[in-house]
Design a protein around this ligand. Sequence first.
Ligand code: NAP
Length: 290
Amino acid sequence: MKISGSTKILGIFGDPIAHSLSPVMQNAALQQAGIPAVYIPFHVLPAQLPAAVESLRALQIWGVNVTIPHKEAVAGMLDELDPDARLIGAVNTIVNRDGKLVGYNTDAPGFLRSACEDLPIDPQGKRVLVLGAGGAARAALVALGRAGAQWLGLANRTRSRAQALVDEFSGILLGTSFASFGFDAESLSVAATDVDLVVNTTSIGLKGEVFDDFPWGSLSPDVAIYDMVYAPGGTPLMRKARERGHRAADGLGMLAAQGEEGFFLWTGQRPPSGVMKNRLLTELAAARNT
Ligand code: NAP
């Protein structure tokens, strides 16, 4: 890649950041599209987030992604928020429009696109069980509600957090009905009855953990399973789901799709098809072999 005086700068803010796969996938797409820009990881500590955000203006950085633990905090530091980012309460993409910093959440459309393409499933009119009640669950709720899901069940270890999401979103996503559940085996088995799709937004599986109380007994083989976690060779949940005959996907497609949405917001161009996902698959295969 040739860096010149007119090369634009993109990047990602996070803490930690060294593990992030976004630089390899974004740089691969920028290079293939012939866009004169580089994408750089920035290790930003929480106390330095306001200064890092301000530097986007000072250094005329084109835009950045924002990852753990800054997605919620950064939303209050920008000039404007896209309506869905405001609803989700988290920003993972910032666009610098001539000094005006605009925040977006591309996790929601990224998840939806990946679920529609990789499972595949159309959430319109469907009953969906969402496991977890953190930021990723909020993105899933907004995406599924906007896409016309008929019923959304929320099950979380801390049940009060699931109920708080039900209270908040039932007044906003009016075409969808909501219910909250606990996370013990019995509650999960009731919650999973008659659903069309189960979405894991908890971090179970991130370190290879097996989902002990997953309600397999309540699920007929035509129920699709989406695991937002991703891992080299696929997550234990995705692998087990496929063994049992379910359509299943892990979060690799979502990671690529949210990146593609960000690329489009910054550059105004769709990235070359499949480049980001293929690059991620290569990186994860290499990680598996080391
Ligand atoms: P978060 O806000 O910290 O929420 C974590 C959720 O997981 C909470 O609901 C928490 O329950 C639950 N949880 C954690 N450990 C658990 C356990 N041992 N048993 C049961 N529940 C447990 O995190 P987040 O931002 O929502 O992210 C969640 C996951 O989604 C992460 O693994 C992240 O990698 C993944 N993600 C993937 C993508 C992608 O592009 N593929 C994008 C965003 C996020 P409590 O409320 O009880 O603590």
